[in-house]
Design a binder for this molecule. Structure first.
Ligand SMILES: [Zn+2]
Length: 315
């Protein structure tokens, strides 16, 4: 999605500036929930969830993952327990093509409904995203819906991001068919369709500011895409003891545990306390945070922590 960026932007090995944004289903968030059985049932009830828990912008050869992980949980977990070495999938034949506004969506025969559903959600929500971000994105976008995870892993544009449900870059979104359940059964069809919107936000972000810092790029994509799971965690089981210094999110996003959750929390805070207009200014000039928000960085961070204490619930 998702997905996660500054160093991520553009691969210099190719002429075209290519920003790959991957979306990873909330693998470690699920582990976190599973480790708390009493929360699990509630969580699953609410987990109509985000499908794009964690997204990183990464160059094609340096895939990185921001995760929702407790410090006691290894940060680099396999995306799937299924050995991939035996998977040999056929090159998908995209017999379906559907044009919807700027989106050209390709899919295999079995994905007729999925193609229509992805087209519909993109057409509908792209307008809202453009409006919110104050940018009239009109470039053509190709969406390729792969029939399964194996085929995306094998034929997607980023071979280093095996196991990721979707990613995007260079006017292209590639995703697994929402018809196929993820390894997390609780993520329902509509949320899987919605992953396309998360990736769309990344594409718009990347045009507005190709060097947008990862925390901001990811936070905005999560906030504007499906984010029920993040909202649920904030409202029920927020890990206050894991809140990282803002500086760490800025400087070493990929190594911060649960970075995507805190990126979401930052954007939530900025929108509610400073407004969408200021967020949009920040997206365009992230280095001018103090001027745009009219506050010293230390004050900004203190205020953010207070906001979380006031609005989120400890687990
Ligand atoms: Zn993302």
């Amino acid at each position: 999605m998702s997905c996660q960026f500054t160093q991520a932007v553009g691969q210099l090995s190719i002429q075209i500036r290519l920003l790959i944004v991957e979306t990873l289903i909330s693998h470690q968030l699920t582990i976190f929930l599973v480790s708390r059985p009493s929360l699990l049932m509630c969580a699953f009830a609410v987990i109509v969830t985000l499908a794009c828990a964690s997204c990183v912008t990464a160059s094609p050869r340096t895939g990185t993952t921001s995760t929702f992980a407790l410090t006691s949980i290894p940060r680099k977990l396999p995306i799937s327990k299924t050995p991939r070495t035996c998977n040999v999938s056929h090159l998908p034949i995209f017999t379906l093509v559907h044009q919807a506004d700027i989106f050209t969506i390709y899919g295999v025969e079995a994905d007729q409904q999925a193609v229509l559903d992805v087209a519909e959600v993109l057409q509908e929500q792209a307008i809202q995203v453009n409006h919110a971000l104050g940018y009239d994105y009109r470039d053509p976008i190709t969406v390729e819906i792969f029939p399964d995870q194996e085929s995306l892993d094998q034929y997607g544009m980023n071979p280093d991001m095996k196991g990721y449900y979707a990613y995007s870059g260079n006017h292209l979104i590639q995703m697994v068919s929402p018809r196929k359940p993820t390894i997390h059964q609780e993520i329902d069809y509509s949320q899987r369709v919605g992953i396309a919107v998360h990736e769309y936000v990344h594409l718009v972000n990347n045009v507005i500011n190709p060097t947008m810092p990862p925390w901001l790029n990811e936070g905005v994509a999560i906030y504007m895409g499906p984010h029920e799971l993040y909202a649920y965690v904030c409202q029920n089981i927020f890990p206050f003891e894991q809140i990282p210094p803002f500086r760490e999110l800025e400087q070493s996003y990929d190594s911060v545990p649960a970075a995507d959750l805190f990126a979401y929390a930052l954007v939530d805070f900025i929108i509610h306390e400073y407004g969408q207009e200021n967020l949009n200014l920040l997206i365009r000039n992230p280095d001018r945070l103090e001027v745009i928000l009219g506050t010293a960085r230390s004050e900004f961070e203190r205020h953010w922590r207070e906001y979380m204490k006031l609005h989120y619930i400890e687990r």
